[in-house]
Design a protein around this ligand. Sequence first.
Ligand code: CMC
Length: 390
Amino acid sequence: NGYFTFDPGFMATASCESAITYIDGAAGVLLHRGYPIDELARDADYLEVCHMLLHGEAPTAEEYEEFKNTITRHTMVHEQINMFFHGFRNDAHPMAMLCGTVGAMSSFYHSDLDVSVAEERVRSAHRLIAKMPTLVAMCYKYNVGQPFVYPRNDLSYAANFLNMMFSVPAEEYAVSPAVERAMDRIFTLHADHEQNASTSTVRLAGSSGANPYACIAAGVASLWGPAHGGANEACLNMLEEIGSVDRIPEFIEKAKDKNDPFRLMGFGHRVYKNHDPRATVMRESCHEVLDELKIEDPLLDVAMELERIALNDAYFKEKKLFPNVDFYSGIILKAIGIPTNMFTCIFALSRTVGWISHWHEMMSDPKQKIGRPRQLYTGENQRKFTPIKK
Ligand code: CMC
């Protein structure tokens, strides 16, 4: 009864109308609320970008101060969430803990759960943007067996996150301006990317009227997969496998060999076929951080040499394969001292504003319907059931 368009992977299906983010993959364009990503990454900070994604406009100076103040004052998590963490094994993957604790927020913030009320939706959005860095840092501290560090109101969004990650009771972490700026840019460059798998997951979960914390937990789960948020982690693992500069040509040949499944991780993109506009800024940031921190890490030498060789290689040129955002973000995160298994959590932290902005946009639409795709049935025709006893 009825014919449906068969579109596995939704390659040709627009699932919604949205005024938040525009991508032109062929031209390498990414706009948030009409503003080009490279301009935002250079001249705005992450909280300005959060304001425009969530509220539709870049904030005035006054609006910015008010927004920053609101976010800053929501950064603490309920004290009982500390105890919730203690139910996890110490070696739990940080994404496992993040998925669980974000979902658990719906059991703490009952005043934001009426999804039909715009004010409550915005309050939950503010709470999520504010508390994600706290939860992500707690995942790390729990892993390494150090005490949780409370948020500080005198620090910027990025500096506060770094402080919660790296300060210990014996010694406060000194955040360098270059590292703070690089962290802020990583947040900005991952803030939203249209209807990707995790954003579509958040929309689908939310379309049934589920609460925002449960929906964002669904987004975290979807992001966790290696085909989505896991690419920066995979890229660093690849660099470790290559190990030294003299082995790069061998891996370049492997990547070109059609009988070998190996691919250069952090190279190529499904949507961007000319360049990834996020990667250009990330590359700049990467060099800035490495220079500033005077990092001497053989893995970073491997990354820089790999980039140089691949960009000059005929195969990569012909197939339009260039480093994507994840190639450089992994190098920066490593240089800052963030362990590889935390990379996807940082992506989740950054993308929370995108997820919740899409959810809020969808819930504000009076035409909003539950998401309910159909299928092409490939099973048995109707047949007679024979009870076991016969
Ligand atoms: N290394 C070597 N060859 C490659 C690579 C690579 N990284 N990427 C694509 N190719 C080749 C591929 O073998 C194919 O060759 P041929 O024409 O001879 O069959 C050609 O280039 C086109 O590749 P494709 O698989 O048809 O392209 P796609 O658009 O389906 O895949 C991609 C895009 C990102 C999945 C792919 O480039 C890839 O696997 N890259 C490595 C993983 C990675 O870095 N992912 C992060 C993406 S950025 C994060 C985000 O925005 O979500």
